[in-house]
Design a protein around this ligand. Structure first.
Ligand SMILES: NC(=O)c1ccc[n+]([C@@H]2O[C@H](COP(=O)([O-])OP(=O)(O)OC[C@H]3O[C@@H](n4cnc5c(N)ncnc54)[C@H](O)[C@@H]3O)[C@@H](O)[C@H]2O)c1
Length: 356
């Protein structure tokens, strides 16, 4: 039953299975459900959220559904959207800013798990994990072929990162104890931080030609779509490996497939693909020199628990009558008249005037 005046938190329908059970058990809703001021609501499944279903929602925790300009409710009540993760290509940020709605993401929660995914792929590729696992299951015939699948030692080899933001930097930090040389390319890098970690900044072509393991950690944008293309792949050493945990379209997958088919690089580890899920006849699925994971290698109990905690904290901050903690994508929203008016109305409604 709806209780008048309560702070209503909407959760997108994909947080619940058809039988009503939670999609992700590590996302603990208790801080919301145990808060007497709060009422939680699972929204109906609509691929694009409708304004109608958000009319009396104060804060939204959003997984995969889209929120576009038409999703902005007329009531003016919605104040915070907390994305479960860091990607927000499913949210019309400008529409949120125009309506004074703060959009929050959870980079802290994914930083270590995605960086660990990069390390996992590097170790699996260079250690020939996939083929050795297969050999073992083949018994004596497999053991007899062990010598043909020598791994690649990492000491003194070069790890390159395309992009040194939240995840790229963490990956470089984790790689450091492997005694590898560290190089990177990022037009917006923090030079002091790079010097502190011991990373040599290089031009993009030098990155491709020098790296033994090249990891892609830049966002998808018009400037980075297919930034890993035929010409750049041609610069890579035949012994080198490419890892992509960013977004599929950052890599020209057709070009990469060709390079892998022709064994012009040693292999690739891809957590992301241009089309997800891929068609079953996608030629990349037939290759034995690529390790593929379903855009979920970073999914761990800790990652999901942390994303949940961060989103709930942001929502409860707003319930307390203040700006949400965490990473706000569109700080300009907080300067708008709509935000100030709504916050003031919320404080009056919930009796939190005077709190900052
Ligand atoms: N696989 C997954 O499950 C998963 C999870 C979270 C994030 N991601 C993806 O990982 C990527 C990195 O995320 P992040 O949190 O580190 O982002 P971030 O914004 O903190 O860092 C991205 C970095 O890329 C740099 N960059 C921008 N344009 C560039 C260019 N042309 N060349 C080189 N560098 C460039 C930026 O300057 C920035 O330093 C994103 O694409 C994100 O969507 C994937």
């Amino acid at each position: 039953m709806r209780v008048a005046g309560k702070f209503r938190v909407g959760l997108s329908a994909d947080f619940r299975n058809a039988d009503g059970s939670p999609t992700f058990r590590d996302f603990d809703l208790a801080p919301l459900t145990q808060d007497p001021r709060v009422e939680t609501v699972f929204l109906e499944s609509e691929s694009v959220l409708s304004a109608r279903q958000l009319e009396d929602i104060d804060a939204l925790i959003l997984l995969a559904h889209r929120f576009d300009r038409g999703s902005v409710p007329k009531s003016g009540r919605l104040g915070v959207i907390a994305r479960f993760g860091v990607g927000y290509d499913t949210v019309d940020v400008q529409a949120c800013t125009d309506a004074g709605i703060a959009l929050v993401i959870t980079p802290e929660a994914v930083r270590r798990p995605v960086a660990v995914s990069i390390i996992t792929l590097m170790l699996a590729l260079t250690g020939k994990l996939a083929i050795k696992e297969k050999l073992t299951r083949a018994g004596a015939a497999g053991f007899a072929q062990r010598g043909a699948h020598m791994g690649v030692g990492l000491v003194g080899r070069t790890f390159g990162s395309l992009g040194v933001g939240n995840i790229g930097v963490e990956a470089l930090r984790l790689v450091k104890p492997f005694d590898m040389k560290l190089i990177a390319h990022d037009p917006f890098a923090d030079a002091n931080l790079m010097a502190e970690i011991g990373v040599e900044m290089v031009g993009i072509d030098e990155l491709f030609s020098r790296a033994d393991v090249l990891s892609v950690s830049c966002p998808l944008s018009d400037a980075t779509r297919h930034i890993v293309n035929d010409e750049r792949l041609a610069l890579m050493k035949p012994t080198s490996y490419l890892i992509n945990t960013s977004r599929g379209p950052v890599v020209d997958q057709k070009a990469l497939t060709k390079v892998l088919q022709e064994r012009r690089i040693a292999g690739a580890g891809l957590d992301v693909l241009e089309q997800e899920p891929p068609d079953l006849d996608d030629p990349i699925l037939a290759l034995d020199n690529v390790i593929l994971t379903p855009h979920a290698l970073c999914w761990t109990d800790q990652c999901f628990a942390h994303m949940g905690t961060a989103d709930i904290q942001a929502v409860l901050d707003y319930c307390d009558g203040r700006a949400p903690s965490g990473t706000i994508v569109n700080r300009a929203a907080l300067d708008s008249e709509a935000w100030r008016t709504r916050l003031s109305a919320l404080r009056t409604r919930l009796g939190t005037q005077g709190l900052e």
